[in-house]
Design a protein around this ligand. Sequence first.
Ligand SMILES: [Zn+2]
Ligand SMILES: [Zn+2]
Ligand SMILES: [Zn+2]
Length: 135
Amino acid sequence: MHMAESVVQPCKWELCTTKCSSDQALYEHLLKDHSAPWRKPGVEKLACGWADCKTEPHRRWLTQHLISHTEYRPFVCGVSTSCSKGFKTRVTLIQHIKYQHHLSSIRGQLYFSHATQETQGTAAAGVFRCREWQG
Ligand SMILES: [Zn+2]
Ligand SMILES: [Zn+2]
Ligand SMILES: [Zn+2]
């Protein structure tokens, strides 16, 4: 079995030399160590510090923006056991379920593993529970 520990994901944030052991670790590093400027009072938009990134993410979309710099896909399709495809956002997961599995109304439960926490949502009720998305 090949261990994921050998994977090194360098952070390309300006002046940062951190290397992470996985895509998830890189995402958590971005959230923990680089999102603070957006949390200051009065700040809405700020220039992203990732190398060559020219966007100024709004604080509301910061987590989605930061995950775009990683290959981390925490939203996992739970429709069939043979799928288990992962996505970066809830929206793309829902689109996948609609168009790949041809479910016009989503029933049952979908399971997401978000960061280290298993989270579940009831799609039928239109409610997806995920720590991050509750703000
Ligand atoms: Zn960094
Ligand atoms: Zn960026
Ligand atoms: Zn699927």
